[in-house]
Design a protein around this ligand. Structure first.
Ligand SMILES: [Zn+2]
Length: 199
């Protein structure tokens, strides 16, 4: 086990974030220090972080390096010093990379959800300034760029980054949430389409 692995096994993202002055909510959300963030959009999981605002992601070493503008090597040494990590610490757990199947599932959920948002954006757009806003229109406005950005990121990122992103989105329930929204909408659309033929 090398120094990087030792540090990652010893310090969780939440511990590092709180030690370095960030306020973290019970569900692991915090205001992102890497972009102008007014509402918490950075999710801290045990061994990786992911920002829904700017797409920043990585492990506790990446986080510390970025926070202090130092190299990963210096960040590792800083964590060792700040958390008093013993150099012969035992590994805590083996990290598992997401399978190809999980990545495909994540991509499909993103693609389907993006497609739905695109429909909603035109279908439920207010016709006059007096119209009250449909929830689906609001959701499409709020989410479209972010979802499109995530998909773009999955296309361009390195395999390590992709792994982090897919793990994060799967672990925090985002993938299941998008699948649910899409399935729910298909069901509704299906009922509507079938109605005339039901005697
Ligand atoms: Zn951010």
């Amino acid at each position: 086990m090398n120094q990087f692995e030792r540090v990652k096994a010893a310090v969780t993202l939440r511990q590092a974030a709180e030690t370095y002055g960030l306020t973290v909510s019970r569900n692991g959300m915090t205001c992102c220090p890497f972009h102008e963030d007014k509402h918490p959009s950075l999710k801290l999981n045990e061994d990786y972080f992911f920002c829904f605002g700017c797409g920043a992601s990585g492990d506790v070493i990446d986080f510390t390096a970025r926070l202090f503008g130092i190299s990963p090597k210096d960040a590792t040494e800083k964590l060792v010093a700040d958390f008093g990590i013993s150099v012969d610490a035992k590994p805590v757990a083996v990290r598992r990379n997401p399978s190809r199947l999980e990545e495909l599932r994540c991509r499909r959920a993103l693609t389907d959800y993006l497609h739905l948002l695109k429909e909603w954006k035109t279908q439920y757009a207010p016709k006059t300034p007096e119209d009250s806003l449909d929830d689906r229109f609001v959701e499409s406005c709020q989410q479209y760029d972010r979802i499109a950005g995530l998909l773009e990121m999955l296309d361009e990122a390195s395999s390590t980054q992709r792994s982090h992103t897919v793990s994060a989105l799967t672990a925090d329930g985002s993938v299941a949430f998008w699948e649910g929204v899409v399935a729910e909408n298909r069901k509704e659309a299906g009922y509507r389409a079938k109605e005339p033929t039901i005697a």
